[in-house]
Design a protein around this ligand. Structure first.
Ligand SMILES: CC(=O)SCCNC(=O)CCNC(=O)[C@H](O)C(C)(C)COP(=O)(O)OP(=O)(O)OC[C@H]1O[C@@H](n2cnc3c(N)ncnc32)[C@H](O)[C@@H]1OP(=O)(O)O
Length: 225
């Protein structure tokens, strides 16, 4: 029985990875026009990304995250992070400024197995400073949640540092993510682990709000599910 369930889960991940452009499932989410931003959102597998674009994503991640990595026991290594960001299964949602054509934000995600569960794993969400606090991070995470729903994944997962206050507030308070059951924990030492694994289950019972161009472009964030 367990094997049969695993086969089903693996088949779902494989099917999701075969979708050429997952954002085609959510066409109205290809633009973000709010709070002074006029952006086009594209979904790309890393193999189809120009090297300049991958390098931009890496440099933005480095600028935003290196200090936090160095404060943890993971440390920061350019080579390791670049390798992670360019692994075969890596897919990206990238937001481009419509006027300048420049990328301003991205999320690196994958359809993958996490233990026995089929999940959307959000490896990174990174915004240029000038695009923050305008609802864009929330919008990109809502796209991931809708993709998880559309492809029948069980949840969206991510790893974040406990001392990244911005991401703690963003994911836990705003996006309502909770500490996942597989997050490492030591009851004797609060700070034994410098990171935690958060997740949000896909609501199978509730259909996500029908995306339409009106809700996707107004100043109110779109409800994901
Ligand atoms: C899995 C990972 O990638 S973990 C690492 C996450 N990434 C980073 O830390 C990189 C640097 N930070 C960023 O790129 C961005 O700040 C993000 C992705 C964390 C948030 O994206 P934003 O577009 O700025 O968030 P958004 O505008 O959607 O904010 C929604 C709400 O989240 C909360 N929030 C967002 N940023 C902050 C902040 N700096 N401080 C406190 N609360 C915040 C607020 O409640 C906010 O609503 P409000 O602006 O109406 O008060």
């Amino acid at each position: 029985q367990e094997n049969a369930k695993l086969e089903v889960s693996l088949a779902k991940v494989e099917a999701a990875n075969k979708i050429a452009d997952p954002l085609e499932l959510l066409s109205p989410f290809k633009k973000f026009e709010r709070n002074g931003l006029n952006l086009r959102i594209e979904c790309m597998k890393v193999a189809n990304m120009e090297k300049d674009l991958v390098d931009w994503a890496f440099q933005l991640t480095k600028a935003n995250m290196q200090k936090l990595y160095e404060e943890s026991d993971w440390g920061w290594k350019d080579k390791d992070k670049y390798a992670e960001m360019t692994e075969d299964r890596a897919q990206y949602l990238v937001a481009f400024d419509v006027t300048t054509g420049k990328p301003v934000a991205f999320t690196h995600f994958r359809f993958d197995m996490e233990l026995d569960d089929e999940v959307v794993y959000c490896y990174e969400i990174q915004l240029e400073t000038e695009c923050r606090r305008k609802g864009l991070g929330k919008f990109l995470m809502q796209i991931l949640e809708l993709l998880a729903f559309k492809t029948d994944m069980t949840k969206v997962m991510l790893t974040t540092f406990k001392n990244n206050k911005v991401s703690q507030d963003f994911f836990k308070k705003t996006m309502k993510y909770e500490v996942d059951e597989i997050s490492p924990d030591d009851p004797l030492f609060d700070d034994a682990y410098h990171y935690e694994i958060l997740s949000k289950p896909t609501k199978k019972s509730a259909k996500p709000t029908a995306p339409d161009t009106t809700t996707a472009t107004q100043s109110q964030p779109v409800t994901a599910s």
